[in-house]
Design a protein around this ligand. Structure first.
Ligand SMILES: Nc1ncnc2c1ncn2[C@@H]1O[C@H](COP(=O)(O)OP(=O)(O)OP(=O)(O)O)[C@@H](O)[C@H]1O
Ligand SMILES: [Mg+2]
Length: 259
């Protein structure tokens, strides 16, 4: 990649232009950051692992009719994606209380939520990605009411598919972050990445609060074997996608929403 193709460098990925203005190349780095980039480090092999996991999950979601930016994976560390106008909203889906939800509400870590919780944060590093109310999000015109409705519907659907998929991997999808963007036709597509950097995943084979952590919380909390946990998630995702009997998602989503 040349300097002239370099478009943007974030904390986890570098975006490059391609010869097609509607297509970008996202290069996944080994760099790791936490607590609004106050903690920095490297997780060796992370770029390739996260690129691999994201590719598999985007393909799985596409097969379920969810439109994503993912096109293909020309190298282990990079994916070709549709160039989108990213909405400055981070959508957080929660199935189990953890992280900032516990900190801000006092709910105990590990409490199963009766129904998935959808939250929105302002994607703005300078402000520390603050939690938004629906009215603040609309006030700031970060999305239209129709887009917000669509984002909520899609996010619940994605949560439903991914929760079931990860359960087959022996993992609990505790919570995760999504980003959406608009293409030239103003269509809403799922963007960015889905990986142990952006999901909380707990290993179902143990209840030990340190051992069960299979995601970036290992890095945040200085737990050992961060790389091994990421690698383990990749191996389980690959094994589950390869398994002969495809997963049956028919009971996960109905017209009325997520069961
Ligand atoms: N399809 C896409 N089109 C355009 N930009 C995208 C697309 N998918 C993801 N991005 C953007 O790529 C950027 C780089 O990703 P990375 O994860 O490194 O960013 P970040 O450091 O987490 O976030 P940011 O730099 O936006 O605060 C992000 O700003 C993300 O929103
Ligand atoms: Mg990111």
């Amino acid at each position: 990649m040349t300097d002239s193709q370099h478009l943007y460098e974030g904390k986890a990925k570098i975006l490059y232009r391609t010869e097609d203005p509607e297509i970008l190349l996202a290069y996944f780095k080994d760099d790791a950051t936490a607590f609004n980039a106050q903690k920095r480090g490297t997780i060796s092999g992370k770029g390739e692992i996260n690129c691999g996991i994201s590719s598999q999950l985007f393909s799985l979601l596409a097969a379920q009719g969810i439109q994503t930016h993912y096109l293909d994976r020309p190298t282990p560390n990079s994916m070709r994606i549709r160039a989108l106008q990213i909405l400055p909203v981070e959508v957080i889906l929660r199935n189990i209380a953890a992280g900032s939800l516990c900190k801000q509400t006092g709910l105990p870590l590990g409490m199963k939520l009766d129904q998935p919780l959808v939250e929105y944060c302002y994607k703005n590093d300078a402000l520390g990605d603050p939690l938004l109310t629906r009215d603040r999000l609309l006030l700031l015109e970060l999305a239209t009411p129709d887009q917000l409705e669509e984002i909520r519907r899609l996010s619940l659907q994605i949560n439903s598919y991914l929760s079931k998929f990860f359960a087959s991997c022996g993992l609990t999808l505790v919570d995760f972050k999504l980003e959406f963007g608009l293409d030239k036709q103003q269509q809403l597509l799922l963007a960015d990445e889905i990986s142990p950097d952006t999901c909380r995943l707990w290993d179902n084979s143990t209840t030990d609060p340190n051992q069960r952590v299979m995601d970036k919380d290992r890095f945040r909390q200085d737990l050992p074997n961060v790389e091994a946990a990421y690698q383990q998630v990749l191996q389980r995702v690959l094994a589950t996608t390869r398994c002969a009997a495809p997963l049956d998602f028919s009971d996960t989503v109905g017209d009325a929403g997520v069961k």
